[in-house]
Design a protein around this ligand. Structure first.
Ligand code: SF4
Ligand code: SF4
Length: 442
């Protein structure tokens, strides 16, 4: 048998715990009594809020307008009345304005058989506009506005469009279920992207722990005429990172500080491609996404289609609540996610999972001194020296950390995962980047 492809440097093999939800079909999350809709759900400038308290809004109505080149529109997840505009903190610690909405009235999109739009008559430019207007961002977690990603410089050519169906974070199964249940729609989204980007070749990367998705997507790829190839990948974290994925599939390396397009490639997540299908074919802006709610602390682990702005509290209640031995709630996956302090934190476009973890799952970790074992260096997929970076950051030598390529850190968590001294290396990297950026701006 041909050996499976993967990226060559570093990486780890955490237990995947996907069996908790990988057989759970996607179901609609219940709509509760209020939504908290942040005006910043993407990389880039926050949206300009277009509504005021007392305003009535419709489902899918534009309520936040992109306010810069790198920004993305935000649409109302439900019809209702704006109760309040307030400041909130997101799970990643970012403070942002948010619209508090009390749902009421008629749901235009819920459960309706919408007549597909004749998108074939649209030009590549018009499709780009549609993607921008619909507020599409990268749903793999990066939340980079998709229309900006798809603006290809005139001197560049997309040789490879790589679709990310890797989902290498433990516990998460949202993309897996999407590939099983919405494969035809994802391929329709791919047709749209082909018109926008005109790639020479399309690859769909899927890790080998999803054989059913590899089969379904592989069959559709064969039927589509040979330009699309499904590439089964060896299990290794962080293969879902776009630079690692490109290395695994094309063998090409994106240089430090450069973008995939600099090597003739564009990477998009399967969830993003599905959102493009919904936006272009169904005229539905991005106001809901699939979220895996799981962990041994969740009574009924599930994959839910969730409207953005839904509170974590409501999702957990939808999944039967948490067990008494739950000790930690995480937004995102266990490797790159953020520990949550409040159950009122809302789901955003970038939320792929909510985890309730028990003490048995995370264990008790006591931080000790670095023993210079070098394990963190060995697993860093970027080739950084995490122990040196951390030391510089804790001594506030941010410029020294920058010289050691701190900004190349992907915050993948591999270093912290293997550290026998339980040193919070990723938190250190995040802090270091923040402080270094502050110094550059001041
Ligand atoms: S978190 Fe950063 S330093 Fe640590 S392994 Fe990942 S890329 Fe390397
Ligand atoms: S893995 Fe931890 S203990 Fe080992 S060198 Fe890195 S920081 Fe130090």
């Amino acid at each position: 048998m041909k050996s499976l492809k993967t990226f060559p440097k570093g990486g780890v093999h955490p237990g995947d715990f996907k069996d908790l939800t990988n057989k759970e079909p996607i179901r609609n999350a219940a709509i509760k009594d209020s939504f908290i809709i942040p005006m910043s759900q993407h990389i880039g400038a926050p949206c300009e809020c277009l509504v005021n308290p007392g305003d009535e809004v419709k489902e899918g109505m534009l309520i936040g307008k992109a306010s810069g080149f790198i920004s993305a529109n935000i649409h109302s997840p439900a019809p209702g009345v704006v109760k309040e505009i307030t400041d909130i903190f997101l799970a990643n610690g970012l403070k942002t304005k948010a619209v508090v909405l009390e749902p009421s009235g008629y749901f235009d999109q819920l459960g309706k058989n919408i007549v597909p739009a004749d998108w074939n008559s649209l030009s590549a430019k018009e499709l780009q506009e549609k993607i921008f207007n619909s507020g599409i961002v990268g749903l793999g977690g990066a939340t980079f506005p998709s229309n900006v990603k798809y603006m290809i410089p005139p001197d560049a050519k997309v040789e490879a469009l790589v679709i990310n169906g890797v989902e290498c974070e433990p516990y998460l199964t949202a993309d897996h279920r999407l590939m099983l249940e919405k494969s035809a729609e994802i391929f329709k989204g791919l047709e749209i992207l082909q018109k926008v980007l005109n790639p020479e070749k399309i690859f769909i990367g899927i890790e080998a722990n999803k054989p059913d998705a590899i089969d379904i997507m592989g069959n559709l790829a064969q039927e589509s005429g040979g330009k699309i190839e499904v590439v089964p990948l060896k299990l290794k974290y962080p293969q879902g990172d776009e630079k690692q994925l490109l290395k695994a599939i094309t063998g090409r390396e994106v240089p430090s500080g450069k973008l995939p397009i600099n090597i003739g490639a564009v990477v998009s997540n399967v969830g993003t491609v599905f959102a493009i299908y919904e936006a272009v074919v169904l005229n539905k802006p991005l106001f809901e996404r699939v979220v895996t709610v799981t962990g041994r602390g969740i009574k009924n682990p599930s994959n839910l289609k969730v409207r953005v702005g839904t509170k974590v509290r409501d999702l957990i209640e939808d999944c039967g609540g948490v067990t008494d031995d739950t000790v930690k709630l995480v937004m995102g996956g266990p490797m790159m996610g953020f520990t949550m302090c409040s159950l009122d934190t809302p789901v955003t476009k970038g939320t792929s999972g909510i985890l309730a973890l028990t003490e048995k799952e995370i264990g008790k970790s006591v931080q000790t001194a670095c023993i210079m074992c070098g394990r963190c260096v060995k697993v860093c997929p970027i080739g950084l020296v995490p122990t040196k970076l951390y030391k510089n950051i804790t001594h506030r030598r941010y410029q020294d950390a920058m010289h050691l390529n701190l900004m190349d850190c992907k915050e993948c968590g591999c270093c912290a995962y293997v550290c026998p001294a339980n040193i919070p290396l990723v938190q250190g990297m995040r802090l270091g980047k923040k402080m270094a950026n502050k110094k550059v701006k001041s």
